[in-house]
Design a binder for this molecule. Sequence first.
Ligand code: KIV
Ligand code: ZN
Length: 530
Amino acid sequence: MTRNISEENTQEIRDSSDRVLIFDTTLRDGEQSPGASMSLEEKLQIAETLDAMSVDVIEAGFPIASNGDFEAVQEVSKLVKKATVCGLSRAGAKDIDRAAEALKPAENMRIHTFISTSPVHMKHKLQMEPEAVLEAVAFSVDHARGYTDDVEWSAEDATRTDRDFLCQCVEVAIKAGATTINIPDTVGYTLPQEYIEIITMLKDRVPNIDQVVLSTHCHNDLGLAVANSLAGIQAGVRQVECTINGLGERAGNAALEEIVMALNVRSDLMPQWTQIETTHLARASKLVSNVTAFPVQYNKAIVGKNAFAHESGIHQDGMLKNNQTYEIMLPETVGINKSSLVMGKHSGRHAFREKITALGYSLSDNQIQDAFQRFKDLADRKKHVFDDDIVALIDDEVAHSNDRIKVMSLQVVAGTKGPQKAELELEIDGEIQRAESTGDGPVDATFNAIKELIPAKARLHLYQVHAVTQGTDAQAEVSVRLEEDGKTVTGRGIDTDTLVASAKAYVSALNKLSVKRLRQAPDDIAALQI
Ligand code: KIV
Ligand code: ZN
């Protein structure tokens, strides 16, 4: 197909001045979305995935914000092999010191310091005069440079900042030693043409601006985050800050997969390129969606379920004749394997191992053994096992391998003649415990039975069911979000029985809450008081 030929050609003629760095902030700005909080293990899983797809910078958190954020930045710093690991800080010394401390184990570290520069933010949020903001810019960048040569400075709310003042701030930041200058559209307010003008103005007016990397950080309040980021690239920006699935504050950030594929597919018009391995995009999207329980909309560009589906007869006919009629990129390029009918109960261990390698997993022998057993159980109950089934099953296996509480059995009485009733067996720290309960419907009865065994003050914020594949024998994928003392956790459960999946999801969330407790109060582990 022409697009792939053009891709190969551009590989040869790629100019290093056109290289665009991908700065992923799924773990920082993404996690700031209400309800999108992630456990440490989940953050590490995402960081590993981002590193494997060759993102240039991973913003792992905001270390001063909480001990959890500090630990996440520290652990990501230990784990990540290729990417630069970045920690966010405000302009004060304490913030910067804390970020530097968390980033110490990183092979390559970056401190990202920011302050608001728009009139509305300076007056109402910071309550600082512009002169004081300028001093803070100089101080923060200089202080961060005491720890590393890689310092990014951001003008929060840059697109609503007075242009002369923005130029002054950027000049001061460069003088103080910033190596990357980020121009965020914090409230998703700008339009592509205006953003081009801002970047062009900075390039024309600020001394030594050619010595630093210019960066975009666009929010999606008007649905323009990707368009504005691409406009920024056209104006000369060479770093894009973005998130998987466009996760982020309010309407989110620019979606990584959309920016990367726009550059990839339209290399005829935009010579700028990234080093992202695009075949990892679908998998990363699924992982972030699973962890946060934020579903990916069906018609989402690049990674939505329907992104490569063709329903109308005319389209299907065109596709049969030549797939370029209705597809501008190959699904395989973004990691979607369309021929996904895979295996059944006669498939052997060897084929299973090959399949999970092809799906992008590298598991230990024990994990493969457990996953294979679960695959066999599933194949006994379900006629066709699809790639999506296997992905769901392995993600579930990896997520729950260290759980202290496990669902062992569940019997539910449901239907029109109430009361609905649940009989449940849990294994709690190796000991089997049983409970029975009624409720307003089978899910309520199941959750009540769990609460009998594990009294919780946690409140249920989300209960969500998805079918992993099509058909009435599809596996159900249930997400449960619980909140306790201002902390939220999201648990997931998979099973062909929706009620069993629901019980597993609730128990998974309780496991995560108990881990959070242990991290907060390591000496207080005796009681499994969830
Ligand atoms: O949106 C924003 O301005 C930010 C900064 C901290 C970069 O997230
Ligand atoms: Zn942001």
